[in-house]
Design a protein around this ligand. Sequence first.
Ligand code: 5AD
Ligand code: SF4
Length: 437
Amino acid sequence: MNKHDSERIAGLLQQHGMEPVDEVGAADAVIFMTCCVREKADVRLFGQVSSLKTLKKRNRGLPIIAVGGCIGQRDGEKLIEQIPHIDVVFGTHNISSLPELIERAYNESITQVEILDDSVDEFSADLPSVPESSFHAWLPITTGCNNYCTYCVVPYVRGKEKSRMLETIVDDAKQMVDAGVKEITLLGQNVNSYGRDLYGEPRFADLLDKIALGGISRLGFATSHPKDLNDDTIAMMARHDNILDYLHLPVQSGSTAILEAMNRRYSKEQYLELIDRVREVMPGIALSTDIIVGFPGESEDDFEDTLEVVRAAQFSSAFTFIYSPREGTPAATLEGQVPDAVSQRRFERLVDEVQAQALEFSRSLRGTKASVLFEGISKRDENVLVGRDRHNKVVHVVLPEHTSAEQWEGFETEVAITGAHTWYITGELSQTDPEEN
Ligand code: 5AD
Ligand code: SF4
């Protein structure tokens, strides 16, 4: 969501006559989009803003430093007290105010702080945009979250769940297709409850159907909450070939007791049963997940349950986190906070298991033909083209002679998969010239 919001910020600023520059030293303003889901992100903001202090001193107060997103929303004025060289603070509900706040800070040299609550009727998705990619687009369908998982700060900084009108989203998707976008990722904290606030019942399956029929090559979405992923949605995913063969379904923990303490509202068995239902209709689907270790009260047995779920679910990938207490959330004051060393040990064991599963998944793809959408050249090797298959698995191929990365960017074609690694697979292109069709 932050990546998407940043594209809208770029669009807004451009509309106000501002332009991006390559070097921080040449900028009149630097904008930080922040996340406060875990403590690490907080610390990073502090370090990055501080690194601009000398430049600002040397340069008569420039660049203007603006901090927005979740940390802005959470801390408001306090941020300026903590880091005095910040000039502008904005929140998650008033991105559209940013150009004006920057202009005022620039012209009047006084700090500007504007934080609004979620009663504001603004969707960042309705603002102008400078997309980072010409072939992939983020498309927000809801903002905010009503779930109040006990460890999570998101409902407090993103506000209550609000859905965008179905027709608006379908129109946006059509425009993206017309503009040459190949892949759309629908965004929401809990896409499965899309529409509940507007239509009295979730209409995510319906939304998927309408967008898939609009002719996009690839359609994905994030994030799904297991308690709300229903059979209609599963059936809709199976019905449309252009919906990716990939589902991100955060489990968070494999222990029913911990899931209850997290307020996730499903049990270990219900989660496993749900993925069985998914695999029944889409046997080859890639499942990824989010897992937290060291939640307060997590015993060795609870952690073993998590490992068991990882083995049973055969995830193609997983984002793994050590529990990070967030002030103001119920879990932060729970008894039984797990010592760092214990969490760290569990985390390492979890990562080993996740990597073993990911490698297993990669191996299962050897000998198959994958449809790969190419994104560009590898950062590590200029002879390697990188893309993703329909399982969202990263694919590497050798850049064919006499072709350039630009010719392949945004181009989808078949690759015969020959090699398997933990986080990527390798293969051979069936077609060595993107122009030949
Ligand atoms: N500590 C650790 N991980 C967290 N997440 C959310 N809040 C916390 C926290 N306090 C993780 C969850 C979520 C992902 C985006 O971040 O796994 O799905
Ligand atoms: Fe946070 Fe839970 Fe909402 Fe996800 S569903 S954003 S983890 S409160």
